[in-house]
Every structure is written in C-alpha cells, then in structure tokens.
Design a protein around this ligand. Sequence first.
Ligand SMILES: *[C@@H]1O[C@H](CO)[C@@H](O)[C@H](O)[C@H]1NC(C)=O
Ligand SMILES: *[C@@H]1O[C@H](CO)[C@@H](O)[C@H](O)[C@H]1NC(C)=O
Ligand SMILES: [Ca+2]
Length: 264
Amino acid sequence: MIAVHIIIVVFALGLILKETQAWGYKNGILHNSIWLEQAAGVYHRESRKGRYQLTYKEAKAVCAYEGGTLATYDQLEAARQIGFHVCAAGWFAKGRVGYPIVKAGANCGFGKVGIVNYGYRLNKSERWDVYCYNPNSKECGGVHTDQEKVLQSPGYPDEYPDEQICYWHIRLRYGQKIRLHFLDFDVEDDTDCLSDYLEIYDSYDDISGFAGRYCGDELPEEFISTGNVMTLKFRSDSSVSAGGFQLHYIAVDSSELSNNETST
Ligand SMILES: *[C@@H]1O[C@H](CO)[C@@H](O)[C@H](O)[C@H]1NC(C)=O
Ligand SMILES: *[C@@H]1O[C@H](CO)[C@@H](O)[C@H](O)[C@H]1NC(C)=O
Ligand SMILES: [Ca+2]
C-alpha cells in the first residue's frame, strides 16, 4: 500500500517537474510558459506600449482595471513556488520592484533562484512592468484535462468584457489528439485581427506551434492537434465588444485517426 502511494507521489512529482520545465523563449526572454499568465491568481502585465513603461501609479491602475490589486511579496513567492517564472521586473505591493525566478539563468536574476528584489523604490516615477493578483480572474482560461469539454469566452452568452487575456491549456493523455469544433463565434472584426482575437497554438504554450488567429463572425474550421496538447489565447482590447465564442473539444485516439486516413 505504502509502495503504491510512493509510486503515485513520484509520478505526480514527475508531472510537476515536467510542467515547470516547459521553457521557451518569447521576446528574447526565457519563460516557463505553461504558468506564464496565471499562477495562484498572480499574473504579469506590461504596458500596451511595451516593456518597462508603467509608473507605480499606472501599475496600480492596470491591476485595478481588471478587478485585481498589486501582488504582495508573499503572493508572488507562492506563485513562484508552483512554477511562475518571469524574467521582467515589475511593481508589486508597497512600491517594491522585482520578479520571480524558478530556474537560474545567466541572463536573468544574476544566477539566483527566488524573488529577485529591487526593494522599495523611492522614485515612484520609475517605469517597470507590474505583478497583479486577482484570484477571481479564473473564469477565463485554465488548464483542462477532461476528455471532452465546452469552453467559452468570459461572460458568454453575454458580450465579453474589454481588456481580457485568457489562456486555455488543454492537455490530454499521450497518444490522444484534440479535436476542436466551434459552436458559436463572434469577435470584434478588423483586418489582421489586431483588436480582439482568438489564437490557436498546436502546443503547450503560445510560443511555438501557432496555428491561426481568428476574429469576425465566421466559424473557424475544425482543428485537430498534432499531439496531446493545445493552447488557446483570447485577447480583447479596451473598446468594442461582441457576442463571444463557444467551442467544444473532444479527445480522439491517434490510432483511430490514422486508420481513417490510411483507409481513404
Ligand atoms: C525618477 O525617475 C524618472 C524616470 O526614470 C526620472 O525621469 C526622474 O528624473 C527620477 N527622479 C528623481 C528625483 O530621481
Ligand atoms: C474513424 O472511422 C470510424 C468508422 O468509420 C468512425 O466511427 C470514427 O468516428 C472515425 N474517427 C475519426 C476520428 O474520424
Ligand atoms: Ca474590442
């Protein structure tokens, strides 16, 4: 009995390690991408103008806009302990600046692991990114391992709110693929989908495996993943909403698919 428990624990640990080691580069920064945007309600934001553009006052406003607050040191550390790693300095509570490092690297965090802490800043006009905390912002996104599920835009069937960023990570068993099928789709339309969009990544994260960006009111085509993971990213900007979307995914066995392919 004890042996079985140990095996289960070791297996679970193996899974956690595997996830925290899903590293990748984005904008030249090494990220632990699976937990990139949401870990225990803590998330990183930069200004729409780019990196390191927010004064302390603006940083507070960014978090407040989404119904959150600046993360405290303890919240940032709790997130770090489950794999939240971002190599970008941001404001957090009480006018402090720092960032969470899980994996030591030469280009980030001076080779240290932990919260790299720049301390309390005297000059609140300095410009950094920000770490917010909002435990209730989980309506959108999340990690999904069910064999089948319906996912939808925040607030659906009502119009989605402005200023949303949601990541859905779908992860099924090895040997399975994910078949995605859209039931409803209405996202603010513009050329190149620069305002609001839904993106599909045939991958664990939004760094590799880009498979399409969608807006407007045409149903995107059915999509089948290459492997057992997929990431969906939804973003809405600061104005003009729409009906949103609803989609259904279901697990398919790779063998089932390849049989059908060879038989045609
Ligand atoms: C505070 O920081 C801003 C932005 O870096 C800078 O322009 C300003 O001169 C600083 N003020 C003081 C008193 O050092
Ligand atoms: C493969 O073909 C079988 C029998 O024709 C069908 O029942 C099954 O749904 C197909 N699977 C896929 C993934 O298309
Ligand atoms: Ca919009």
